[in-house]
Design a protein around this ligand. Structure first.
Ligand SMILES: Nc1ncnc2c1ncn2[C@@H]1O[C@H](COP(=O)(O)OP(=O)(O)OP(=O)(O)O)[C@@H](O)[C@H]1O
Length: 261
């Protein structure tokens, strides 16, 4: 399912405080789009608004022209999937059970899962690299393993757009690369992918486009080379940074050297 995800003028207030001020975002199918910005810039809030987990006070989110607001949960889950930043799980489900919950979006009303759903779950477990954990209780997993399991759940859900809040924050370097390659593969399949990434060099390597948020507003949006500039690093992060080209990957490389002058 190839669908464009578009946000226009997203405004959000939380606890009476304005957090997002008219944010626009365009994510094309087949593209990985990174959201970056300092702590508290509003990245998670924007992702939650895109996923309709919070109702924006203004603006709209559409999937290839279909407004997400007001859709039923099942239809919405076909269009967008969300990986939260906090992957804590309280209940005593097996890994396979959790991944199978991703199939909810595709089950017929009054019908249980069928062989196609079971196949989709098996493939998702394998693709996320957690097939060997399938029968473990999620409560017994490490933070990184839980992150991979929730990514597998999204793969089973197979939405039009994947929204991932810091999907590699708990992962070791090998799994970081595995997940970032997976995001590229999902885009290659025609999905729209939006990921909050704190590691700017990983964002530069993985993303086609980057949006930089600052204090609830889009400060810059474009290719990694357009967004990762010394001026914006100084203005938005308050750091003096040298940007060169990583000789191994050919993508921009950010070296933060100290506080901005
Ligand atoms: N429920 C809430 N009530 C009031 N303010 C909130 C609430 N949730 C978040 N905020 C505030 O909204 C702002 C944006 O938070 P958000 O989590 O979206 O930022 P972020 O860019 O994802 O940050 P981080 O990189 O630290 O995860 C912060 O100042 C935060 O304190």
């Amino acid at each position: 399912m190839t669908r464009t995800l578009t946000a226009r003028g997203i405004a959000v207030r939380l606890g009476g405080t304005p957090i997002l001020h008219g944010v626009d975002l365009d994510v094309e199918p087949g593209r990985v789009h990174a959201l970056i910005g300092p702590n508290g810039a509003g990245k998670s809030t924007l992702l939650r608004a895109l996923a309709q987990l919070i109702t924006p006070d203004g603006g709209s989110v559409t999937s290839s022209g279909t407004p997400l607001a007001g859709l039923g949960a099942r239809r919405r889950a076909q269009l967008v999937g969300f990986l939260p930043q906090d992957t804590g799980v309280d209940q005593d489900f097996t890994v396979r059970d959790v991944v199978a919950m991703g199939r909810y979006a595709h089950l017929q009303r009054w019908r249980g899962p069928g062989p196609l759903d079971a196949d989709a779950v098996t493939r998702a477990l394998a693709r996320a690299g957690v097939a060997d954990l399938a029968h473990r209780s999620v409560r017994t997993l490490s933070g990184g393993q839980r992150q991979l399991v929730l990514i597998a759940k999204q793969l089973a859900q197979a939405p039009g757009a994947y929204l991932l809040d810091e999907p590699v924050s708990a992962l070791d370097v090998a799994y970081q690369l595995q997940v970032l390659n997976l995001l590229r593969d999902l885009a290659g399949d025609g999905s729209a992918v939006v990921a909050v990434l704190h590691d700017l060099n990983l964002a530069a390597r993985c993303a086609d486009t980057i949006t930089m948020l600052h204090a609830g507003r889009v400060r810059a949006s474009g290719s990694p080379a357009q967004v990762l500039t010394p001026d914006l690093m100084a203005e938005v992060y308050g750091v003096r940074a040298v940007i060169d080209t990583d000789p191994a990957t050919g993508t921009p490389r950010v070296s933060a050297l100290g506080p901005a002058a």
